[in-house]
Design a protein around this ligand. Structure first.
Ligand code: ZN
Length: 133
């Protein structure tokens, strides 16, 4: 079963979904993970009803960081901001489906951090309170 998930991660890494920039994003945010050199930027277009009708990401870095960003964009398309607020690290880890050690966890969760900071403008995402996601 791990093989399936590894293949899936590589597939997202090699063929990222929703990669690029939006022309008119309502939200845009970028952060990096200096431990690994990963960079992720997520653009959102949110309607007046708080529905994410367009999402895209750009980035570079390791397979885990890029694949989880690609998976996340698929996860949140068509969802409301309230629904996105409920997403936590378990959702990302479940999508990845493999054991992620403490160092790789920062890679895996970078896109979620970018999304939440971008969507809610959370000012201080130092990563210290990741346990509370
Ligand atoms: Zn990484």
């Amino acid at each position: 079963m791990e093989d399936f998930y590894r293949e899936n991660i590589l597939d997202h890494y090699r063929h990222p979904r929703n990669k690029g920039r939006l022309e008119n994003p309502t939200h845009s945010h970028e952060e990096s993970n200096p431990l690994c050199g990963d960079v992720i930027r997520i653009d959102l277009h949110v309607t007046d009803d708080d529905v994410i009708d367009q999402v895209s990401f750009e980035g570079q870095g390791c397979a885990i960081s890029q694949a989880s960003a690609s998976m996340l964009t698929e996860m949140i398309q068509g969802k409301t901001l309230d629904e996105v607020k409920q997403l936590g690290k378990e959702d990302i880890l479940e999508a990845l489906g493999i054991e992620v050690g403490p160092v790789r966890l920062k890679c895996a969760l970078l896109s979620l951090k970018v999304l939440k900071a971008g969507a809610y403008g959370l000012p201080d995402w130092t990563g210290e309170d990741e346990e509370n996601w």
